[in-house]
Write a protein that binds this ligand. Sequence first.
Ligand code: ATP
Length: 233
Amino acid sequence: MARFPKFTAADRGRRVAEAHSVAVIGLGRFGSALALELMAGGTDVLGIDVDEELVQSHNGELTQVVRADSTRREALEQLAVQEFDRVVVAIGGDISASILTCSLLLSMEIPAIWAKAVDDQHGLILEQLGVDKVIYPEKDMGRRVAHLVRGAALDFIEIAPGYAMVKAPAPSSIQDKPLGDTGLRRTHGVTIAAFQHGDQPWDNADNRTVLTAGDTILVVGKTRDAEAFAQLL
Ligand code: ATP
């Protein structure tokens, strides 16, 4: 069952930064989408699920898919999950299985463990256990969609509390002149990080960038400033 590259302890810092291989435990909607996206980006993925049908359905789509119960230490050891750069626990409905799996993984010295939480209580337990990164997909997506529903942004992501990146049409007030001459950092408190002209690929914006009607921009700034800027026509 050895198909993933082996790394020495000396490689560890580099490995964690690059994540060449990820084990995804739980191939429900979230775990499955995550695993497929990792594969698309060139990362080796081991998918694990107790459900035989789900395992079969992912056959050939991931580097390897195995039916196993992640609450059993022997199963995790047999699959050598400790040799992966990162392990993601994507079990939500069965909270005890999620917690047990995470505590087993933590005792196996895995470089980085990520786990999905269904609510704040679940997340708190995972954080207290020592899980490196707890993710709240439903809560985060709900908050993100709220910003989209309320405003005119084409996409929105809060990078840190109170700080966001917003995709929006370029407003007319900053068109047809270099960004450096618009003074928009001073007047609106935002920075334009990137832009897209028509169907052309996205490019980084700088002081010399001249936007025209129909361009799309990525605005970075305090959430309220970035959102207010995205409302401008
Ligand atoms: P999603 O919203 O991503 O579909 P969910 O939050 O409803 O998932 P679950 O259905 O509990 O989460 O779990 C996701 C997957 O994890 C399921 O396919 C389930 O079979 C699998 N799973 C649950 N317990 C275990 C376990 N002990 N070992 C391996 N896989 C498990």
